[in-house]
Design a protein around this ligand. Structure first.
Ligand code: HEC
Length: 110
């Protein structure tokens, strides 16, 4: 997750520099973000419980939006990239607003 935050910052900087290949690389990283190790995944999913479907749906939306951003970077379509980036940010926010707080309380005692 921390890496995803860094990738988002890299995309923002790359948009300002019109560095399309850097945008593409970071969007690929987000789309293919590493899944947690199996045991951790079990812990996470058992904690989410009945909300698993919703969690997966939000994860898929982030994945698909990042893939669309990859395509736009290949087309060097600056305006569309900026709109898509905003959508990507919203997809992160949507999951965080539902899941981040209870997660951190449960797993890290925050
Ligand atoms: C399907 C749900 C989901 C999506 C989508 C999601 N996140 Fe998260 N994210 C979480 C949860 C749950 C946590 C809290 C648990 C944790 O820190 O691992 C979190 C925590 C984080 C953190 C804090 C990590 C830390 O070590 O303090 C960052 C940064 C982050 N997410 C970035 C992103 C970015 C950027 C995106 C979109 C590109 C994104 N996340 C999309 C669920 C999601």
């Amino acid at each position: 997750m921390k890496a995803m935050g860094n990738d988002m910052q890299n995309i923002l900087a790359a948009i300002n520099n019109e560095d399309w290949s850097a945008i593409k690389q970071s969007a690929v990283n987000i789309a293919e973000h590493p899944k947690p190790p199996f045991t951790e995944k079990i812990r996470i999913l058992s904690f989410i419980g009945t909300d698993t479907a919703q969690f997966k749906k939000l994860d898929t939306i982030t994945h698909n939006t990042a893939m669309e951003l990859v395509k736009l970077a290949e087309q060097e379509n600056g305006n569309a990239i900026i709109d898509k980036f905003a959508q990507l940010q919203k997809s992160c926010l949507n999951c965080h607003q539902s899941f981040r707080k209870p997660f951190q309380a449960h797993f890290y005692g925050k």
